[in-house]
Design a protein around this ligand. Structure first.
Ligand code: SAJ
Length: 426
């Protein structure tokens, strides 16, 4: 095979399929047998626009196959999770395990590329580990002469929901252990990336990835902090953001019920953990965004209490609009906390899932569809800005009590002061 992609998750599987589309023979490797079977039957285990057709086509043509075991390849792409553990310490165990497996089949001329978001220095650690496991090979950074293999870091940057487009169109930052490693990895990305590929050191590339996600987190934290003070001042934060953004150099992001997903809510901690003393801004941003979840719970609980025994619908569970991904979702945290407090009075609408996640077990909360919510619930709490919610016309919600944490209904009228605050600015 030409390319082995280790880890068939949200990044690995689309990457494997896109490379297979170029005609390269690709092996996808995953520890999960069920994932391997699913891919080998031409199906996908994750929801991503156009991915199913791409995978089934590649499997049918024989350019993509999956296995639980690594095989020799010319290029190895590592796309495994890097979660954090206690005290937000990053866990690069899966990366090092992948490196160990690759080391067993590595040969002269091969390229190893790490794509997983990783603490600065991880790619060098991969090289160190491979140098130990394969003293017969000259490993970059561990030999005085020209190395036998190339090792590089190239972070993924795709936005879920746009993965296949962004995999090809986005610019890529390719960091080599040495400049030669970066050039070797560059040749690989040029095969399927239309965006500009720039080369640098592996450490600068690792830092770049963390900087990108911390940048977004800090900026969302600013919007969330604004929303809390606007709420206390009785100002509509959505209007303020709209107006402020008319300034040519201001671009405030959108407040929400908190920040979710497996990237923005996680990666900034990698930076904080690496230098706690010098990262007060990044840490505070994380705390502000996490605190927004609690703020939302309290605002929502206020509304539920004011509604007496009437049912209240939470709109959305996904961590952001128009996807089915519930990982680290603030909406799940808010809705499940409400369900724990108020039981069967809480109804959940999430068109992207068929069943409620475990967080709702034993709460009595029920999953219902949008129409049922409109028919049966006099109060709505908007947690996710799915298009299906945005398009609910004013006639169907004008008389409802609404807590709109995403600012999707600017035309929602305020009800009388006897009733819960409406369009609480979030
Ligand atoms: N959010 C807000 N307000 C905003 C924007 C986002 O509250 O104005 C919330 C979302 O609702 C969501 C969270 O932030 O809960 C994260 O969503 P997102 O769309 O900002 O980002 P992700 O996690 O889907 O993808 C990010 C992207 N990084 C950047 O935009 C810098 C993506 O390009 C990365 O590839 C991805 O992280 C990753 O895998 O690291």
């Amino acid at each position: 095979i030409d390319v082995a992609v280790v880890g068939l998750g949200y990044i690995g599987l689309p990457t494997a399929a896109v490379i297979a589309r170029t005609g390269a023979r690709v092996l996808g490797v995953d520890v999960n047998e069920q994932v391997v079977e699913t891919v080998n039957s031409g199906k996908v285990h994750i929801e991503e626009i156009d991915l199913d057709a791409l995978v089934s086509g590649a499997v049918a043509r024989g350019t993509l196959r999956a296995s639980t075991r690594i095989e020799p390849a010319d290029v190895f792409v590592i796309a495994v999770p890097t979660p954090f553990g206690e005290n937000h310490a990053p866990n690069i165990g899966y990366v090092l395990q992948a490196a160990t497996n690759i080391a067993a089949v590595l040969k002269t001329g091969d390229t190893i590329i790490l794509e997983s978001t990783s603490p600065v220095g991880t790619t060098e650690e991969v090289a160190r580990q491979i140098a130990q496991l394969r003293p017969d090979l000259k490993i970059p950074g561990h030999c005085p002469s020209t190395p036998d293999v190339a090792i590089a870091y190239c972070p993924e940057r795709v936005l879920p929901g746009r993965t296949l487009v962004e995999l090809v169109d986005n610019d890529r930052v390719i960091g080599g252990i040495t400049p030669r490693c970066a050039r070797k990895a560059l040749q690989f990305y040029r095969r399927f990336v239309r965006g500009t590929c720039v080369t640098t050191s592996s450490k600068a590339a690792e830092m770049t990835k963390l900087a990108e996600n911390a940048f977004r987190d800090v900026n969302i934290a600013f919007a969330n902090e604004l929303s809390v003070i606007s709420d206390r001042m009785g100002v509509d934060v959505w209007e303020v953001v709209r107006l402020a953004n008319r300034h040519p150099r201001v671009n405030i992001l959108s407040p929400g019920p908190g920040v979710g997903g497996h990237c923005i809510a996680v990666d900034p901690w990698f930076l904080v953990h690496s230098d706690p003393e010098n990262t007060p801004l990044i840490r505070t941003a994380r705390q502000v965004n996490d605190a927004k979840i609690d703020f939302t719970v309290e605002r929502a609980a206020e509304l539920v209490r004011k509604m007496g025994g009437m049912p209240v619908a939470c709109l959305g569970l996904a961590f952001k609009a128009n996807i089915d991904d519930l990982r680290e979702s603030p909406a799940v945290k808010v809705a499940s906390e409400l369900a724990k407090r108020f039981g069967s009075r809480i109804r959940i609408v999430e068109p992207f899932v068929d069943t409620l996640p475990a967080a709702f077990d034993g709460t009595g909360a029920e999953l219902i569809d949008v129409d049922t919510a409109i028919d049966q619930c006099p109060a709505l709490i908007v947690l996710v800005d799915h298009d299906v919610f945005k398009s609910i016309p004013l006639e169907e919600r004008g008389d409802k009590h609404v807590l709109d944490m995403r600012g999707i209904w600017p035309d929602q009228p305020a009800l009388s002061t006897e009733t819960p605050t409406v369009r609480i600015a979030a």
